[in-house]
Design a protein around this ligand. Sequence first.
Ligand code: FAD
Length: 467
Amino acid sequence: MNDQAHPHRIDLAIIGGGAAGVMVALQALRHARHPLQLQLFEPASTLAEGIAYATRVPQHLLNVPAGRMSALPDQPADFVEYLRAVAAYPQDDDATLATRFVSRHHYAAYLRQRLSEAQQTSVAQLEVVQQPILALRRADDGLQLQFGDGRTAIARQVVLACGNSVRPMPVAGADALPHEQVAEAWDYDGVRLLAGDDAIGIIGSGLSMVDSVLALSAAGQTGVIHVFSRHGLLPLPHAHGAAAEFDPQPLLALSLRGRMRALRQHARDAAARGIPWQSVMERIRPLGQALWQSLDAADQRRFLRHVARQWDVHRHRIDPDVHAHLRDAMRDGRLLQHRARLRGVVETEDGLQLAAHSAQDTLRHWHLGALVNATGVETRADGLRNPLLRQLLAEGLARPGPHGLGVDSAPQGDRLLDADGTAHADIAVLGSLRIGTLWESLAVPELRQQAQNAARHAVQELEAAMP
Ligand SMILES: Cc1cc2nc3c(=O)[nH]c(=O)nc-3n(C[C@H](O)[C@H](O)[C@H](O)COP(=O)(O)OP(=O)(O)OC[C@H]3O[C@@H](n4cnc5c(N)ncnc54)[C@H](O)[C@@H]3O)c2cc1C
């Protein structure tokens, strides 16, 4: 692979070995009928963890019940069967296990096991290369990949599964703070090390905030935890309840305003029959992408400006027990929530001082021992710091997605679009990078389908071109 004159040749290159990339590799191995050469590029030493499943904190749970987390669209019970086989929750029968929100670390182990099984039975060969890909360029005979260590290779098909990027801390002065007083919420060990008697500030109030509160509590935090966000919304709990029986299709023909009105009415109707509003959200869940794609551009903009936060807390819900833990902490004064616009943070003699405007527009100061950045996934194309994505955007192999979110891809299928809007026949993109095109493109139910489609497409193209 070192020989620049004769670069190494790959049939399918999968860039990113988080959950999505591993699902693509798994599906390509399952579908291959010829000895294709597959390579999976991932700089981390352990596959399938990415950001979500790298945590070892047992209190960090999946926010989707185990019964809906199969990596295989055609085998919906597969994750539950894995949990049963490894006796992860021996006290549960299958029905209980399917509804359980299990610890997230099980998920990466599950994907690795399924990948290894597929490797043993496939005619195709998979090599895992522990390198980042820094650039991807069109060459005469395929797509040239540039590795982090300077080597190159030529691939005939590429799948971009680069996943989630961290959003920078949105407060002036944060960059100048001592490293030991700041942590990213996804640096799970780093957050645990902050636990102690001092007050801790968490910026952001979504699912990553929940992770941080749980990790700090488990690590013995006794100081108050302050949560800061502009909107002051907290994740809402899942609920067990009967299904909401209504036809969601007519929603697609309505304006954003009409849809919101109809949804509120469905929630009221459900409540009148003792059915929780969560069942209404479940009913429209399969239409997530269609709901976004059928809004016109002006209504999509309105959604992003006025509805997205509310949508997120209703759509991305948490285990009811975790929600109860947050409520208890708030009731006891261990967790304080602030609706605030952050002004700046400075180091003081004995900690940090954070300044923010409250909802009433008065400037307040908080004395803190440390700060956690829990602002979540970076979705803006101009905020992406991944060198490969920056190179693709800078050189016109990609362009920002609708509303500047992620990178642009064909609404049907998964082809990456170049600066002119032309689809690359040999580059697929999946996951959170497709958020502008699909909106609903983050969670396993979407990823497993996208992974299967991308792998099938690549394998078919490669095998069709064989002599
Ligand atoms: C904290 C958290 C919890 C979540 N919990 C759930 C849940 O319970 N259920 C659910 O369905 N979804 C959940 N999600 C959604 C989650 O995004 C997906 O389930 C899934 O983990 C996304 O996987 P991914 O592979 O697309 O991205 P990532 O997990 O971000 O993985 C991307 C991988 O690509 C690698 N990479 C990036 N760039 C390059 C490059 N240039 N070269 C080589 N490698 C590269 C990275 O190192 C990384 O390992 C959660 C998300 C987060 C952030």
